[in-house]
Design a binder for this molecule. Structure first.
Ligand SMILES: Cc1ncc(COP(=O)(O)O)c(C=O)c1O
Length: 371
């Protein structure tokens, strides 16, 4: 009997080609729009490149192995999110969103679903358990939420929603399927922006959905096929390459984040810190129960816009950018967008793979004498 491999080993090997003599160790990108397709189309593994591509198959199998479900890949996280809504929601349905989640998810539904008669409600993470889920076809949330890192008990939420006859989709971008497994916690759909940590090299936009429900899978696959919301083979291959080092990168990122969270908690210039791995954090208890690791994102409050901007201007090593999950540590004052309901001094820090001492001294230097 074949021994079940550890997840960290599976990630390195997942979706790669056979071990046949003389074949390549990696699966490589296949650049084609068409496949040989004689006569009967039913038995062709590939028919046309908007429907499927062997490069997609390799990555979908690789991610599916870790998600514990069937995967569909998309050209961005938003494309995966849009596909979920477009495939599963109809005119007259009500959907429930998170008021403190990623703003573009709400913006998509407000701009494109509302006009077709879909009713949209958004509530804060802390108010989610009290909702009457019998009203909603689909509940779409993040845990931990971005950028304030509130964690919801996904298992409990899934139970309530299923009892009421609804569906639960979890945006798992801040954790990736290695950090948290929404399907095993009871979610119907796991969605991820692979632009972030899953690819991890800040060079590609990408996304995926995973599900164990064949009907949901088919609906979303049909949306992808007919809307043409498909990733290119080169991006797919790059993400597969990035994915194989995910476990190793997360190990460094999370261990760095744990040290930096402690540094920030102890610092007098900082009003408050959110990191699910801190024992004092409101998310700590549930995070320990349902997350495999505590993540690489930290949010902290420097109280005023002026202090936050001064802090950012003094950083030498850490890069100011609007993304997270990459090898490079990145930082951003979220209120500059005017889209998140956060204080003017809130900083989101995405901890990368650099040496922790270098990061800690860069932060220490930028915080010096800050009020
Ligand atoms: C939680 C979350 N979900 C989805 C997305 C959208 O992903 P993409 O930028 O790949 O479309 C983002 C992007 O920042 C995000 O933070």
């Amino acid at each position: 009997m074949k021994k079940e491999l550890k997840t960290s080993t599976k990630v390195v090997h997942a979706g790669t080609s056979t071990s046949n003599q003389g074949t390549s160790i990696n699966s490589n990108p296949i650049f084609t729009s068409a496949f040989h397709l004689k006569g009967n189309i039913e038995n062709a593994s590939h028919q046309y490149a908007r429907f499927h591509n062997p490069t997609w198959d390799a990555l979908e199998n690789a991610i599916g192995d870790i998600e514990g479900g069937k995967v569909l890949i998309f050209p961005s996280g938003m494309a995966a999110i849009a596909a979920t809504f477009m495939a599963l929601v109809s005119s007259g349905d009500r959907i429930l969103l998170q008021a403190d989640g990623y703003y573009a998810t709400r913006a998509f539904t407000e701009n494109y679903l509302k006009k077709f008669g879909v009713e949209i409600h958004a509530v804060k993470t802390c108010d989610l358990p009290e909702q009457d889920f019998s009203k909603y076809k689909l509940t779409f949330i993040e845990s931990p939420s971005n950028p304030l890192l509130d964690v919801i008990d996904i298992r409990q939420l899934a139970k309530h929603i299923h009892r009421a006859g609804g569906l639960l989709a979890i945006d798992n971008t801040t954790m990736t399927p290695l950090g948290q497994n929404p399907l095993s916690l009871g979610a119907d759909i796991s969605v991820c922006s692979d632009t972030k940590a899953l690819n991890g090299h800040s060079d590609v936009l990408f996304g995926h959905i995973a599900t164990n429900d064949d009907d949901i899978f088919q609906e979303i696959e049909l949306w992808r096929k007919l809307s043409g919301s498909i990733p290119g083979p080169m991006e797919t291959w790059l993400v597969h390459r990035g994915f194989s080092s995910l476990d190793m990168r997360l190990e460094r990122m999370v261990s760095n984040a744990e040290k930096i969270a402690q540094q920030l908690v102890d610092h007098p210039a900082i009003k408050s810190v959110r990191y699910p791995g801190l024992k004092t954090d409101p998310s700590f208890k549930i995070a320990q129960q349902q997350m495999n690791m505590m993540g690489f994102i930290i949010s902290f409050d420097l109280e005023t816009q002026k202090s936050a901007e001064l802090f950012l201007s003094r950083l030498n090593l850490i890069t100011e950018a609007t993304s997270f999950g990459g090898m490079h540590t990145m930082v951003e004052r979220r209120a500059r967008w005017g889209t998140d309901n956060v204080s003017e001094g809130l900083i989101r820090l995405s901890v990368g793979c650099e040496n922790s001492n270098d990061l800690i001294s860069d932060i220490e230097n930028a915080l010096k004498d800050l009020k």
